[in-house]
Design a protein around this ligand. Structure first.
Ligand SMILES: [Zn+2]
Length: 101
């Protein structure tokens, strides 16, 4: 019986968790999401926890919107997907690592 990956439950020889980990390292995802009362929020995933407070502050200032740093992601009020990417790039995040969906 093969060993199973505790993460995905597949046999270790089929498991790609380690590979995915490496590929998603420093990958930032930006997408819009419906919030309460028909409002839209912009979600930023992939900012490391060391950076998340500072990044949230910068984004709120640059976009002049409300926002919150949550565990593992940032929520900004309103739809700012493209502007968020621009601000992050300006802050030094690699543009090619930023996915806007
Ligand atoms: Zn796995």
């Amino acid at each position: 019986m093969a060993d199973m990956c505790p993460n995905c439950g597949l046999p270790l020889e089929l498991c790609v968790c380690k590979v995915l980990d490496r590929e998603t390292e420093n990958k930032i995802k930006i997408y819009a999401k419906k919030a309460k009362f028909d409002k839209v929020m912009t979600v930023v995933e992939g900012i490391s926890s060391d950076d998340i407070e500072r990044t949230t502050k910068e984004l709120k200032k640059a976009l002049a919107c409300g926002g919150t740093a949550r565990e593992g992601h940032i929520e900004l009020q309103g739809e700012h997907k493209m502007d968020t990417k621009k601000v992050l790039a300006k802050m030094g995040f690699k543009e090619s690592n930023i996915d806007v969906t």
